[in-house]
Unconditional design. Structure first.
Length: 251
């Protein structure tokens, strides 16, 4: 995930540049433009003699998230599996393989397959007591989502509080927003709406200046309900309106 658009200047014209731009455009919900960037990056990869594993991972993860944004969960899962096979065939680092499996578990969860998501937790060896470590952030975000889905909101909140503190200390703003969002969802699921609104208000205030959209929308209907409640309390109603418009209309 690209944390700062300035990072892309150093890799202009490379597959990493196009995947990074695709990631940013996806976050801003410009899906068609994101797709063009991802496709360009993939073409460059096919023409290259060798490709860095991290760049290839970024390409596949962004392509999968794009399918996820279109609610094509089956195709998102398929892309994750394709990368998983490549990663194992070429002996990529365990960290990349682990991140890929976590993303797949998230997509399985959103596709309604809680069994597959739960099986991933068992295989992952993750614990709510794990010390915050940025390379494992994706896995723990997915872990927290699954815990919330299973009704284990207190465990999820405990995990998220420690990771949030670490992200705030190290000024990883996108991570801070992600952890605040999940805290808010955990609190809302536990019927603690007042505290949930405090978390979502903070997340919105941080995200508004960057124009982030998908970081909220990708969390699903529970997030939409919470945002509607926040708007009714006059919490950044115009920004929330922009986000709500992106949620599936049939909800």
């Amino acid at each position: 995930v690209v944390k700062d658009p300035e990072e892309l200047k150093n890799v202009f014209g490379s597959p990493g540049y196009y995947f990074g731009m695709g990631d940013l455009l996806l976050e801003w919900n410009d899906l068609e433009a994101a797709q063009k960037q991802i496709e360009t990056g993939m073409k460059l990869i096919k023409a290259a003699d060798a490709v860095d594993a991290d760049i290839l991972s970024l390409g596949y993860q962004t392509a999968a998230r794009l399918k996820y944004a279109y609610q094509d969960y089956k195709e998102a899962i398929k892309i994750q599996k394709e990368f998983g096979k490549l990663a194992e065939a070429y002996c990529y680092s365990p960290a990349l393989i682990s991140r890929c499996a976590a993303q797949q578990a998230w997509f399985e969860l959103m596709d309604g397959n809680t069994t597959a998501a739960n099986q991933w937790i068992e295989k992952s060896g993750l614990s709510i007591e794990d010390a915050p470590y940025y390379p494992k952030e994706t896995e723990h975000l997915v872990f927290a989502r699954i815990l919330i889905a299973l009704g284990k909101t207190s465990q999820a909140y405990y995990l998220l509080e420690r990771w949030l503190e670490d992200a705030e200390l190290k000024e990883r703003i996108r991570s801070v927003i992600a952890f605040l969002n999940l805290q808010a969802l955990a609190l809302a699921a536990a019927k603690n709406n007042e505290e949930a609104l405090k978390r979502i208000a903070k997340a919105l205030s941080l995200a508004e200046t960057e124009g982030y959209i998908r970081i909220f929308v990708d969390e699903g209907d529970a997030m939409a309900d919470l945002l509607i409640l926040a708007a009714s309390r006059a919490i950044l109603p115009e920004y929330i309106r922009q986000i709500i418009e992106v949620f599936p209309q049939e909800r």
